[in-house]
Design a protein around this ligand. Sequence first.
Ligand SMILES: *Cc1c(COP(=O)(O)O)cnc(C)c1O
Length: 370
Amino acid sequence: MQFIDLAAQQAVLRERIDAAIAGVLDHGKYIMGPEVTELEAELAAFCAAPQVVSCASGTDALVMAMMAFGVGPGDAVFVPSFTFASTAESVALLGATPVFIDVEAATFNVDAGHLARAIAEPPAGLRPVGVVPVDLFGQPADYEAISAVAEPAGLWVLADAAQSFGATRNGRSVGTLAPITTTSFFPAKPLGCYGDGGAVFAISEEHAALLRSIRVHGSGSHKYDNARIGINGRLDTVQAAILRVKLSVFADELVARQRVADRYAEGLGDVVDVPRLGEGCTSAWAQYTLRLTDRDGVAEALGSEGVPTAVYYPRPLHQQTAYRDFPSAVGGLPVSEQLAGEVLSLPMHPYLSEADQDAVVDAIRRAVGA
Ligand SMILES: *Cc1c(COP(=O)(O)O)cnc(C)c1O
């Protein structure tokens, strides 16, 4: 049994992916070839986003978005601590200060109440400019509540949707829930390529134009008159070609992921704390994550029965070496610290067989003595 079975998906798509890669080798436009533009149009159609700018990774997407917002030294950007490093790393790379805020235990996502306290009492000497909610494990954060706190205070909202592309909130798709949204096409993400890749979604044309410039070294209207500092952030044409094939089955895969989540909830809901979606939310189910008091014991028992599991994340960012000296918001991060000791993610992918899933459910029921 695989934690995420990319080979099962490849078996279904292999011929089409081979043909897509061969198409790129035939036309030879390895950088910004036609597949890149076609993919951007298809991503935009998929989530009804007005603007899509593909890029080289989810991390570059965050860096490009921060640059588009003009983040720099002296700026405080509120980010959850219970997330992957890139969320805070992109802030620090631009010389600004990530300020950690706590999450809600029920959704693993940013606590808008704590954000409000953090804005009211920011760390001394810093100017709050923005907030980066993360759609952890695939479920969109509460953008209505977060925007209601952030916007009156003059803060921008940047959605880190690296794990949630394909999800919706109150009928609106991820990619349209904040002025700028970023995602990742890392192979293990719900929509993954065969290398690194990412995208930035924007509502306004101004942001999109800025992002397209930043993606190519800050290019201006003349090739050798760069208008601003940028990066080399382009998505490879080969990866775009692969993603187009994968995107064509993505809607069906999301249905399959939901079916797996429903069966887990049925099989486990009476004995452990299973994930619950907030009202009006669908999830891309990047991870199916339980909260367990004896997490390490259960993980070991599952491992001995051949059931792979993973812990996202064993240590919140504010306790990691590189991030320890950045400030946490007033009141501290008790929920993030507690979750780090309780979470356990189960095998989750669209091709998980019912037999394998039953084996996971049985092993967990045995491990918790049910
Ligand atoms: C994976 C991930 C990223 C980074 O994406 P890469 O494509 O690996 O650079 C950023 N934020 C979150 C929450 C992620 O899970």
